[in-house]
Design a protein around this ligand. Structure first.
Ligand SMILES: NC(=O)c1ccc[n+]([C@@H]2O[C@H](COP(=O)([O-])OP(=O)(O)OC[C@H]3O[C@@H](n4cnc5c(N)ncnc54)[C@H](OP(=O)(O)O)[C@@H]3O)[C@@H](O)[C@H]2O)c1
Length: 293
């Protein structure tokens, strides 16, 4: 599978990464999660993204693929849910990393994100210092922020981060003009989250969940012509080949979908006129469409 430089970190990531949110769900059993995680690695995907908040996900990564640790770049997110520590403090960040190291049975986590905290928390600086302390001690290789809009711009302006994770998809395009160019200029790694916008075309009415429903409404309002492609292919090729994106982490609990996503990406970038058409449909309908966390 195609690999790309992850900013100036010196590591390379597969163009398709794995969003390990759904395999943390209690409705997915251990046997399925084990099969899925190993299949991800067998297919040559080398970036796995999880978070403290994703249920059983960190534990399952530790239990089922820590013996293959050299085969993948491990990414997680912290800042909350550490016993006795208030959320979004220095201690919640350092403690969250200690917990993640234990759960995922590893000595170093490659990428640790602050998990979408607000701008005012970032400005106080404690959470960033917590990440930097763990990086200095070798427990984290690259420090990162996952989030959107003004908070994301602030993170980039500090010059203290190695990479970012943000929504880049057919329904979330503002970032392409107003944030990605600066991230590229600084040599940051960029993980595109929600790369298929939660696949809104699957639903005949708005799905449950604020962000999924918002994407559904956004897509409905645009008049995107898929040019004979299926929607999955159009959406994924758009996100993955956006200038500045290093990898895109589709979330799935289905190996069939995983393989379909790989096949779509093998087709390479969309034609320039199709990209222009998708960009212009977004711009025409951009009534303050901010990035969705
Ligand atoms: N704030 C944050 O930091 C944040 C927020 C959101 C997401 N994330 C990260 O980004 C990852 C991806 O985001 P996401 O999962 O919300 O959005 P997404 O990847 O855009 O969409 C995932 C949805 O698409 C479906 N899907 C996947 N492949 C498909 C295919 N080939 N055909 C049809 N449907 C398909 C999945 O269902 P199936 O299970 O049926 O395949 C799932 O419901 C997450 O796993 C997580 O790692 C981070």
């Amino acid at each position: 599978m195609e690999k790309r430089k992850f900013g100036k970190t010196g590591v390379e990531v597969s163009i398709l990464g794995f969003g390990a949110m759904y395999i943390g769900n209690a409705r997915v059993d251990d046997v399925t999660a084990d099969r899925m995680l190993n299949e991800v690695l067998d297919l040559g995907i080398n970036l796995i993204d999880t978070a403290r908040a994703y249920g059983q996900s960190e534990r399952r990564i530790g239990q089922f693929i820590s013996h293959r640790r050299s085969e993948f770049i491990l990414s997680t997110k912290v800042g909350y849910d550490v016993q006795w520590q208030p959320d979004w403090t220095y201690e919640a960040v350092t403690g969250g990393i200690e917990q993640a190291l234990k759960l995922m049975k590893t000595e170093t986590i490659d990428i640790v994100h602050l998990h979408s905290c607000s701008l005012d928390i970032l400005e106080k600086g404690d959470v960033i210092r917590g990440l930097e302390k763990q990086k200095k001690e070798g427990k984290v290789r690259f420090i990162a922020y996952s989030g959107e809009n003004e908070a994301l711009k602030f993170v980039i302006s500090t010059g203290r981060f190695d990479s970012i994770q943000a929504s880049v998809n057919i329904c979330d395009q503002r970032i392409i003009d107003d944030t990605l160019p600066e991230a590229v200029r600084q040599g940051l790694g960029v993980i595109a989250k929600r790369p298929i916008a939660n696949a809104p075309w699957r639903h005949s009415s708005p799905p449950v969940g604020h962000n999924s429903a918002e994407y559904w409404h956004r897509l409905k309002k645009m008049s995107i012509d898929p040019h004979g492609m299926d929607w999955l292919e159009l959406a994924l090729r758009f996100s993955a080949y956006t200038e500045g994106v290093s990898t895109c982490i589709v979330g799935t609990s289905s190996t069939d979908h995983l393989k379909e996503n790989l096949r779509a990406l093998e087709k390479g970038p969309l034609d320039r006129d199709i990209i222009q058409h998708i960009r212009s449909e977004f711009q025409k309908n951009d009534d303050n469409r901010v990035g969705l966390i």
